[in-house]
Design a binder for this molecule. Sequence first.
Ligand SMILES: Nc1ncnc2c1ncn2[C@@H]1O[C@H](COP(=O)(O)OP(=O)(O)O)[C@@H](O)[C@H]1O
Ligand SMILES: N[C@@H](CCOP(=O)(O)O)C(=O)O
Length: 327
Amino acid sequence: MAVYTEVTDEELSAFIAQYDLGAVLSCKGIAEGVENSNFLVVTERGPYILTLYEKRTRKEDLPFFLGLMEHLAEKGIACPLPVAGRDGVALRELSGRPAVIVTFLAGMWPRRISPQHCAQLGEALARLHLAVGDFRMERPNALALNGWKDLFAKSAERADEVAVGLRTTLADELAALEANWPADLPAGVIHADLFPDNVFFRGDSLSGLIDFYFACNDFLAYDIAICINAWCFEIDGSFNATKARLLLANYRKVRPLSRAELDALPWLCRGSAVRFLLTRLYDWLNHPPGAFVRPKDPLEYLRKLRFHQSVRGLGDYFLDDSATGEA
Ligand SMILES: Nc1ncnc2c1ncn2[C@@H]1O[C@H](COP(=O)(O)OP(=O)(O)O)[C@@H](O)[C@H]1O
Ligand SMILES: N[C@@H](CCOP(=O)(O)O)C(=O)O
């Protein structure tokens, strides 16, 4: 659950009165997510999501995130839309935090990932990458190599409390990533956190994407690597090549991948594993007292990193030509 900031009934009613949404009928903290505080607010006009932006979400980045959701919705990508108040303003303040109301997206995120979920994810991710082609705002990735080094510096001292040897593993891996990170691949706006809990399905069909608060400019294939890590491993830690094959094959039906992007995937997967290992490690060690949140397990991403470190090339992922599209 993520509710870091409580909102009183009086504060909420005064806030909602600035919109054309009628009166508040109910408000519930949402039992998911770890980054921001989210509430399901039902008003006389229906359900809406109220988000109060916390810790990692910088206020100056919010126009980028809100503009991106508007752009994507215009392009036909199902995602939440920021709601403006009667004064035309969407970004406000509530309980001392930047706050936005967005439209409610119907659907459920999949608790048990099937290969068909991964197939639909691949297509949706590629459509997202094409849809942002003419989005003019930019946001550098704050959680790229320099951001990773920064998080490592803040967590290194206590890393071995979480797993013996973790500090050395991370130091060595960061050096390896710095030496091998691809220099030049097709780039654009990426979602950067397209985990199962940010992808909604209605029945068997993908119905929309949420949580654009890590979106940034980076290599498009890095977004694929994030999804491979988040969707293509089983609970026992094993890699599911069928899921990865379907994800890639359906992605490339919409947006073809170059040889350079495919060859870079193993390093992009390692980088993505380190990125989530580090944010989870930092959050594990810096848990705000009293916050209503369940920190995510850093060791899940250490296991994924170990898997990618053992891989010598694409063939070790059992990704054949039908997935990569190469002759
Ligand atoms: N627009 C939306 N429509 C429906 N549910 C939403 C919407 N936005 C967020 N949620 C719900 O809130 C949860 C947490 O939202 P999320 O944006 O992932 O939080 P965080 O910013 O903390 O990662 C989601 O898993 C979903 O259940
Ligand atoms: N996906 C991240 C955590 C942040 O995303 P959220 O949508 O769960 O708030 C992770 O799994 O580490």
